[in-house]
Ligand binder design. Sequence first.
Ligand code: 8Y4
Length: 272
Amino acid sequence: MMGILNVTPDSFSDGGLHATRERALARARQMVGEGAAIIDIGGESTRPGAAPVGEAEELDRVVPVIEQLSRELDVVVSIDTAKPGVMREACRAGAEIINDINALRAESAVEVAAAAGAAVCLMHMQGEPRTMQQDPRYGDVVAEVRQFLQERMQACLAAGIARDAISLDPGFGFGKRLEHNLSLLGRLDAFADLERPLLVGLSRKSMFGQLLGQPVEGRLAGSLAAAVLAAWQGAHILRVHDVGPTVEALKVAQSVRQAGNNSRNTPDRTSG
Ligand code: 8Y4
């Protein structure tokens, strides 16, 4: 389980950077207590219309939190950034995974990741965040996402990143309509032959708003259903806001999977 940690100033209480850091640390401790093995730290809001953050500001937000968490907790820290300079400093501070929604396509990003010796998550996105939802189009969304991920993996391997250090992500919601997201979620098996762990981020995303008519705070049930479907198809890492509830939902799925295997192996099971 990968817990999402936003280290962005609270829009309600303006307590400054110190309060932002303390709030983030408390949230991280809670998620680890609920079973998160990875904390994904982001210093730039991904909300549509949010102001872009400069590199220095992003580093001021995330570096102290990464240092403290990797010192204090038995957890792997992941840095959610597309900026090579932030990747480098975050890894120096203790981050072991680079989670880049741009799949290391920025100038020098692949080289920085290789030099840092970090693991990387390569995510598919069509277009760029500001405009990606304007008119997403695919012939065969599953085939195109798979092809993109394979190409980005090749670029990483060519730069000396170890195959074992790479995970792949279809990028739910990133330049995709509801129908594209649903096609991908039903066909996660199509990525199995890439032989890399799959990371999926579905938590609270707008596809559940579209399907259920729920605002972001009402999307837990939809997110849990999707998490179970993904895990059932073999997804390895789930990026979620609600760590405790997702751990419980997956426990149910895992138990069913084990019971199912047992019964298939039972000789006296009748058929027909
Ligand atoms: C409510 C809350 C509604 C958050 C939407 C969102 C992914 C990711 C994001 C993902 C990987 C998000 C950084 C978008 N999504 N990284 N990052 N995979 N690897 N939206 O799917 O959470 S940010």
